[in-house]
Design a protein around this ligand. Structure first.
Ligand SMILES: Nc1ncnc2c1ncn2[C@@H]1O[C@H](COP(=O)(O)OP(=O)(O)O)[C@@H](O)[C@H]1O
Ligand SMILES: [Mg+2]
Length: 359
């Protein structure tokens, strides 16, 4: 159990800035997901926390102790990588026992701790197997056990299940969540999959081009994205490009009041915030297709300006291709130059019509 503090960390490789001025506090026992597209600096940040990469600037503290220049083996961290680097000439037991033997622990204690670790990852009877006789999922469990057996205060996982199929990945991430909660171990989990982050995290850190775009609990990131990038990165989102003139969006299908300075904006509307009705007057667009997900339907609508939007409807509704429709947005976040400038919602339980910053 430990608290992690990252203060203004940066890392450059020549002229490329892999991580730029990142600050983050991770609470004792918290699971934080680093989420971002490939190349956004997630692995570099994690490797600096583990001590495998030296920062160009900034500090890393674990339980208020500065570990910025402490080598990896002397940090209270354990790291699991995407591609398991297990030793193929050793059996599972010896792979897990390796780090304990280096620490010269008594044999009986090594035995006990390896057996505990194996049980923890659901491989109780696998000690004598060679690692080459294991499936990909089992190999990743061994890699996890090998980290956990050293009882790190902070667990660092870099896309540990990315090479596995989706079904197995979902099962293993639930197991990791269970183990993490049982041990109360502070954990950073790198992923580029939004589902994985939404399912696992106490908080999500959305990264882009080496900086933090937004930090927050999953529902907050989903419902209150602070930038256009975050709005588009998590969940399904309709982006409608339009121009504001005299406080009104000029888009024919979305003539919403937007009380900000004139200029270009992007309206971001979730499919569940887009209502659909058969057109009585001039239609906003025409149904392209409707997909039935059992619990709900998603209807693609082609707008007259060529854009296509998605609306979520009940599973009992029936929208045939070519049907002329009207659209209404019950909530929208409005972005200009990636920044949130206005929020509109007709939900009375939430604050209405907020203007953000200076625009
Ligand atoms: N050892 C390295 N040398 C040079 N550039 C690197 C090195 N490691 C990472 N980078 C660069 O830093 C950026 C961030 O990489 P990385 O942290 O691996 O991103 P992610 O894990 O989010 O995909 C990328 O542009 C990558 O090419
Ligand atoms: Mg990476």
């Amino acid at each position: 159990m430990a608290r992690l503090t990252i203060k203004g960390i940066s890392k450059s490789f020549g002229f490329s800035h892999a991580v730029s001025d990142v600050s983050l506090d991770v609470e004792d026992g918290e699971l934080v997901c680093l989420l971002g597209p490939s190349g956004s600096g997630k692995s570099t940040l994690l490797r600096m926390i583990g001590g495998f990469e030296a920062p160009t600037a900034g500090k890393i503290l674990i339980d208020a102790k500065d570990v910025t220049s402490t080598p990896p083996e002397r940090r209270p961290t354990g790291m699991v990588f995407q591609s398991h680097a297990l030793w193929t000439h050793m059996d599972v037991f010896d792979n897990i026992a390796f780090g304990l033997k280096l620490r010269r622990l008594p044999k009986i204690e090594v035995l006990e701790r390896v057996e505990q670790a194996l049980a923890l990852v659901g491989l109780a009877d696998y000690g004598k197997r060679m690692t080459t006789q294991l499936s990909g999922g089992q190999q990743q469990r061994v890699a996890l056990a090998r980290s956990l057996v050293l009882e790190p205060k902070i667990l660092l996982l870099d896309e540990p299940f990315a090479s596995l199929d989706q079904h197995l990945r979902e099962r293993l991430r639930e197991e990791v969540r269970d183990i993490q909660q049982r041990l109360g171990i502070t954990t950073l989990f790198v992923t580029h999959g939004q589902d994985e982050a939404l399912a696992l995290a106490d908080r999500i850190v959305v990264m882009r081009d080496g900086h933090i775009e937004q930090i927050g609990p999953p529902d907050h990131i989903y419902r209150e994205p602070e930038t256009e990038f975050v709005a588009g990165f998590i969940g399904s989102m309709n982006f409608i490009r339009t121009i504001v003139k005299n406080g009104l969006s000029q888009h024919s299908a979305f003539p919403l009041p937007v009380p900000i300075a004139d200029g270009e904006v992007v309206l971001a509307v979730r499919p569940e915030s887009l209502s659909l009705a058969a057109a009585t007057g001039k239609p906003c667009g025409f149904v392209h297709r409707s997909i039935d997900f059992g619990t709900h339907k998603v209807v693609d609508v082609d707008l007259s300006d060529g854009a296509r939007v998605k609306a979520m409807t009940s599973s009992s509704s029936d929208w045939k291709r070519g049907t002329p429709v009207e659209l209404g947005a019950t909530a929208s976040r409005v972005f200009r130059d990636n920044r949130l400038v206005y929020e509109f919602t007709s939900d009375p339980s939430r604050q209405n019509d907020r203007v953000f910053g200076h625009v």
